[in-house]
Write a protein that binds this ligand. Structure first.
Ligand code: C2E
Ligand code: MG
Ligand code: MG
Length: 404
């Protein structure tokens, strides 16, 4: 193990003070790699690059943590696999010891889980080792200026970039607002507001989707709390979509409770589960949903009729709401087949004591047909499109009348 301190070593306190004083003229880099030839290659590249100074190298996780504490580098270029542990864990330690040091993981392989772990550990980037020299340098400078580099994960939204839109759901018998479905959007810095079809597939492949679900739940709960005092008629119901990642997480119940508890909104919340992404319904999943139901929350089967095992879901899960998929609404009322299917699903829902919501109502004739079935809720562009919170607030305040 070698840690070469840079030339002309001042003490760590002075380094931190210098760092805090403002952006250094040179980006000070610590190179961590147990592969000697690779480490030398990176070092040589950086030493020849203006604006960058290699202040040290390390070949183990322990040495990296010690060197970072001593040298307070601006950026640590960290190998993922190290002889005494993984670089991500060392990165977490470095970030906690020296929060001004940014860490970029360099790895030969980039599974989404590894990239996410790096992100969670507070790393600023995750790069493939085959990255071109010029790109490595550019990324390093980008990260030193406060940027992130997680291209290995593909571009994904996090934090404030997540925006929630709300689609009203209407009680068709009473022609009154029953609730809203919270639908995630991504406020992309360059491409504007993106819908789920443009990014959710990628996020759904990783546990990041669970964070998306919980962020949407938290934002929507805050919005509903704002709306309740100005809502005319019964309190609004909030439907949120849950991913299979969140449902199968060992701390699923605790994570949902952590968001909802204290809001007093339990009885207003419907947790939508879709078979499209759903995993096995294990006894644990059933028990966890029962716990959330005992808190007052309800469970909905989303996109009903589109999966392979709808009836299995209906018989094994505690279901309060069945959402009839748009594909069954599209051909109403002209197609006899569509009418039979819509009626059957509505009857099935009612027979198991669930409320039926028809999705994707796009015209007046569909609406009339579904209204005539009785005891039906509906959502769709003909009633309202999903809208931002501010539009929902004015809709609720003035008292809704669908504008289809
Ligand atoms: P979904 O849960 O079935 O939501 C209904 C989708 O149908 C929404 O699409 C909505 O905008 C769209 N829709 C509603 N009425 C009409 C209509 O009359 N015509 C047509 N053509 N479409 C209509 P959106 O917002 O693009 O969401 C797509 C899917 O993304 C959702 O389908 C849901 O599965 C997923 N999703 C959205 N937000 C979240 C989230 O926070 N977490 C998770 N895990 N999934 C989400
Ligand atoms: Mg849904
Ligand atoms: Mg749906």
């Amino acid at each position: 193990m070698t840690v070469h301190g840079g030339r002309d070593e001042p003490d760590p306190e002075r380094r931190r003070a210098e760092h805090a004083a403002g952006p250094a003229a040179c980006v000070r880099v610590l190179v961590v790699d147990d592969h000697e030839i690779l480490a030398q290659g990176i070092e040589r590249l950086l030493r020849d690059s203006p604006g960058v100074e290699v202040v040290g190298t390390a070949a183990t996780a322990r040495a990296a943590v010690a060197a970072a504490a001593e040298l307070a580098p601006d950026v640590v270029l960290m190998d993922y696999h190290l002889p005494d542990g993984d670089g991500v864990r060392a990165a977490a330690q470095i970030r906690s010891d020296s929060p001004t040091s940014k860490v970029i993981i360099l790895s030969g392989s980039a599974s989404a889980t590894a990239v996410l772990a790096a992100r969670r550990a507070g790393c600023a980037g995750y790069l493939d080792k085959s990255i071109a020299a010029g790109e490595l340098l550019a990324t390093l400078l980008h990260v030193a200026r406060g940027g992130e580099a997680f291209e290995a994960l593909g571009e994904v939204p996090t934090g404030d970039a997540l925006v929630v839109h709300y689609q009203p759901i209407v009680d068709l018998d009473r022609a009154q607002l029953w609730g809203v479905e919270a639908l995630v959007r991504w406020a992309h810095p360059g491409r504007g507001l993106l819908g789920p079809s443009e990014f959710l597939d990628r996020v759904e492949g990783t546990e990041l989707i669970a964070d998306v679900d919980l962020t949407v739940l938290a934002v929507a709960c805050a919005e509903l709390t704002r709306l309740h005092p100005i809502t005319r008629g019964p309190p609004l119901t909030l439907c949120v979509n849950l991913s299979s990642w969140l449902i199968s997480a060992p701390d699923f119940v605790e994570r949902v409770r952590a968001v909802v508890q204290g809001t007093g909104l339990e009885a207003s919340i419907v947790l939508e589960i879709t078979e499209r992404t759903m995993i096995d319904i294990t006894p644990a999943v059933v028990a966890e949903l029962a716990v959330l139901r005992s808190d007052g929350m309800r469970v909905a089967l989303d996109d009903f009729g589109t999966g392979h095992s709808n009836l299995d879901y209906l018989s094994r899960l505690p279901v309060d709401v069945v959402k009839i998929d748009k594909t069954f609404v599209d051909d109403l009322p002209d197609s006899a087949r569509a009418r039979v299917l819509a009626q059957s699903i509505a009857t099935l829902a009612s027979d198991v004591g669930a409320t039926a919501i028809a999705e994707g109502i796009e015209d007046e004739r569909q609406l009339e047909y579904l209204r005539d079935l009785g005891s039906m809720l509906g959502q769709g562009y003909h009633l309202w499109r999903p809208m931002p919170a501010v539009a929902l607030e004015s809709l609720v305040a003035r008292g809704p009348s669908p504008d289809g």
